[in-house]
Design a protein around this ligand. Structure first.
Ligand SMILES: [Zn+2]
Length: 140
């Protein structure tokens, strides 16, 4: 199993809902970060109404990537997956596209994150270089 597959697998486990109010969604985000000192940190989406802040700060507080960045330092890497509630026929998780939204992009850029690896589907993933603002697609 490659490092990307291992990190996506960890992010998938973290994304799965623990509370009943999460079950109303059709998909869940999970996010793993590797800091420059190699420590692994993680985050997941939380329902926006739980956030304490108002307006856009509340949305930002709900996005897994934006929450994760608070725990990261310059040069960190992020692995983010979005998984469908509906499983595949062989009972494995279905990856959906998890490219960070423009709000999370801004937060990620400001922290000088080195790479963001994101799920696209069960066959492909994307790599975004926030410094050069280039995306590449690879086979999983
Ligand atoms: Zn976002």
């Amino acid at each position: 199993m490659s490092k990307i597959q291992r990190m996506f697998s960890l992010a998938t486990q973290l994304a799965k809902p623990r509370k009943l109010n999460d079950l109303s969604k059709n998909h869940w985000f999970g996010c793993v970060g590797i800091r420059s000192d190699n420590a692994i940190v993680y985050s997941r989406n939380i329902p926006a109404h739980i956030g304490k802040e108002a307006g856009s700060a509340k949305i930002k507080a709900a996005h897994a990537e934006a929450r994760l960045v608070q725990k990261l330092d310059y040069g960190s890497e992020i692995y983010v997956v979005r998984i469908a509630k509906k499983k595949t026929e062989d009972d494995s998780s279905t990856f959906l596209i998890a490219r960070p939204c423009c709000m999370c992009e801004t937060v990620i850029r400001s922290k000088k994150i080195r790479r963001v690896y994101y799920s696209i589907n069960n066959d492909q993933y994307g790599v975004w270089d926030p410094i050069k603002n280039v995306d590449r697609v690879y086979s999983l």
